[in-house]
Design a protein around this ligand. Structure first.
Ligand SMILES: Cc1ncc(COP(=O)(O)O)c(C=O)c1O
Length: 377
């Protein structure tokens, strides 16, 4: 069917039930039950039990090269503990994109660092390693670490970041919070969030992937009181372990990942079709056919996001400015150094999260498509 015929099948009305921006998709109770019964049988509830070991092994097996995965209580803590595990020098700057979620900056501060907000590349919307090299030469203070961010689940080539680490000796951690589906290599430590709103969710959780066993050993100890096989606290640490119950959800989510992924990809394809004749709406490259995430984030003409958001709201179509005006604009980070950020400002004025979830009905997809086409007309 021609997409405009598909769209005209439904004329949106504000009286229609609102289309939510997201509906997290987690395994149902019956899918988790066999894992819960394993916990009952074993009576091992936390502290690196068999379900956690299995979950981490299955997460690690998704990587192309030999890689280890170590879980933590959430993605934010995983980032903090990764910076600590890499001995990022306290008090120094942590270079990061301004175009990120506030968790990236919070994590750096919790690791004793000061966020330094740098602008992203105008084409890719993520940090460019060559630009970072140039900025490092003009840093407003001693730099302790670098955090590139894989925006909204997109794949991020880790190779330039591994080279930057080798050349500068700086600790680098990749924040790939929403990139569960697209992360396939971790030559530098890479964090993936397992929050309920992510494509593979456990509720609250996250993991660090790395090819470096010594780093993973230290990271693991940092999630567990600084213990390394005995009861001595080797260094100041945290308790950021995942319980077996959380791992039960994670294992059930992995079991159904192939069908979850197909559902996300099919819905993404339908949204793309519904907006085929609205070229002002630019999807993330490869989103849908090549990789999936749990959000649909599009770029609109610069400066138009406010008006489009209001027009969609009037039609009962919910949207979200996931990263607001940029991380640097939050009051918590007002005293942190920031470069001039024209690209971040443009992206903030143009980026909109549209309704998108794995089991989105065709009718809801069409309402989003038609309301957006009208808003941009
Ligand atoms: C870019 C980015 N970094 C870090 C996080 C933090 O992950 P978590 O919610 O698991 O702490 C998020 C969460 O959405 C994120 O989007």
């Amino acid at each position: 069917m021609h997409s405009s015929a598909l769209l005209s099948a439904h004329v949106p009305s504000p009286l229609d039930a609102p289309v939510p921006v997201a509906r997290p998709f987690m395994p149902a109770a019956e899918a988790i039950l066999p894992y819960l019964q394993r916990i009952d049988a074993k009576r091992w509830y936390s502290n690196f039990g068999p379900l956690l070991i299995e979950l981490e092994a299955r997460l690690a097996a998704r990587f192309a090269r030999p890689t280890l995965a170590c879980t933590a209580a959430n993605g934010t803590q995983a980032l903090t503990l990764a910076l600590l595990a890499l001995n990022a020098k306290p008090g120094g700057l942590c270079l990061m994109p301004a175009w990120t979620f506030v968790a990236t900056a919070h994590a750096a501060i919790q690791a004793g660092l000061v966020p330094w907000f740098v602008d992203v590349d105008p084409v890719t919307g993520v940090l460019d390693a060559d630009h970072v090299r140039e900025r490092l030469a003009h840093a407003p203070g001693p730099v302790s670490a670098v955090i590139p961010v894989a925006s909204f689940g997109r794949p991020l080539d880790p190779a330039p970041w591994a080279r930057l680490r080798e050349d500068t000796g700086l600790p680098v951690v990749i924040d790939a919070a929403a990139s569960f589906d697209s992360v396939s290599a971790a030559p530098v430590p890479t964090m993936v969030s397992l929050h309920a709103t992510k494509s593979l969710g456990v509720g609250e959780g996250g993991f660090i992937a790395s090819e470096d066993p010594a780093f993973i050993t230290r990271f693991r100890a940092l999630t567990s009181f600084g213990f390394m096989g005995d009861r001595e606290a080797r260094f100041p640490a945290n308790n950021a372990k995942l319980s077996e119950y959380t791992c039960a959800v994670g294992l059930a989510a992995l079991d159904q990942w192939p069908s979850t992924r197909t559902a996300y990809a099919a819905t993404a394809q339908r949204l793309r079709m519904a907006l085929l004749h609205t070229p002002q709406v630019v999807f993330q490259p490869g989103w849908g056919p090549e990789w999936v995430s749990s959000t649909c984030v599009v770029e609109l003409p610069a400066g138009s996001a406010d008006a489009v958001e209001a027009a969609l709201r009037a039609q009962g179509v919910d949207t979200r400015r996931w990263w607001g005006a940029g991380c640097h604009t939050s009051r918590a980070f007002a005293s942190c150094p920031a470069d001039p950020l024209p690209v971040t400002a443009r992206l903030a004025s143009a980026t909109l999260g549209l309704p998108y979830f794995a089991d989105m009905a065709l009718d809801q997809v069409n309402r989003v498509g038609l309301s957006l086409a009208q808003a941009l007309a």
